[in-house]
Design a protein around this ligand. Structure first.
Ligand code: GLN
Length: 242
């Protein structure tokens, strides 16, 4: 992050942008601009090198075959790993989350190597596909309100000791391991199964990413009443087991 400018990188929109995840880039861009930041946004296609000087990187979900192609290209390119080593903040959803782990099961049924940026491993769930609304209480260390999102995945993700659960589900499956965990994070790398797009449903996550990238405390508040109305609606509409 240089003075007032924020470099936002949306990784592989041609392969990983299902369920409107590209909306996550719009939300970060919008909220950073509203705080007076000069946002430079780059949408990096999978045939282009991933720039290493970004401040915030976003990566979305995808079907199984594009997920394998994206993992192959990101491994070969190495730019995303270099960016995180340089201190960048990275937020990933679903297929993107699985790719950030050590390995996942690809569309051919084989174990595919991930980027090793999160201490997680994903396997293929034996049961029903996890589809539906999610309500989750975020890790208290992150200080965010209850999250809402939408999940649609077959993969199941197991956390190692180097990753903390991003949240705990009140409704929905999250990581699918049956332990109630949802997503994972370490210092500056985040993964979640929540689409929505999740940053439109929970703009406080976008603010968290901006704060981490700027190395700053609280940001000036914005008028979030429409976002909060949506959160209240989704919480009311999503069954919460007692
Ligand atoms: N292909 C992955 C799975 O089913 C990811 C799906 C997604 O990104 N929504 O687990």
């Amino acid at each position: 992050m240089n003075d007032n400018s924020l470099r936002l990188i949306w990784v592989y929109p041609d392969l990983l942008s299902t369920y409107g995840d590209q909306g996550n880039a719009l939300i970060v861009e919008h909220r950073a601009r509203r705080r007076g930041l000069n946002v430079e946004r780059y949408d990096v296609r999978s045939d282009q090198p991933v720039p290493t000087s970004g401040d915030i990187y976003l990566i979305g979900g995808g079907e199984d075959r594009p997920q394998r192609l994206a993992a192959e290209r990101l491994r070969r390119d190495g730019g995303l790993n270099r960016a995180v080593a340089n201190g960048a903040t990275l937020f990933s959803v679903c297929a993107g989350y699985q790719i950030l782990g050590h390995e996942f099961v690809n569309d051919l049924g084989n174990r595919e190597q991930g980027l090793g940026l999160l201490d997680v491993i994903s396997t293929r769930g034996e049961g029903q596909r996890c589809v539906g609304d999610v309500l989750a209480d975020v890790d208290p260390q992150l200080g965010l309100p209850q999250l809402t999102g939408f999940e649609n995945h077959q993969g199941v993700t197991h956390l190692g000791p180097g990753a903390r659960p991003f949240a705990t589900v009140r409704a929905g499956n999250g990581n699918g391991t049956g332990d109630g965990t949802e997503g994972a994070w370490n210092d500056s790398v985040f993964g979640t199964y929540m689409h929505g797009p999740v940053l439109a449903r929970n703009p406080q996550i976008a603010d968290l990413l901006i704060r981490l990238a700027m190395d700053s405390g609280a940001l000036p508040p914005l008028d979030d009443h429409w976002y909060e109305a949506l959160r209240a609606e989704r919480i009311a509409a999503t069954a919460q087991p007692a």
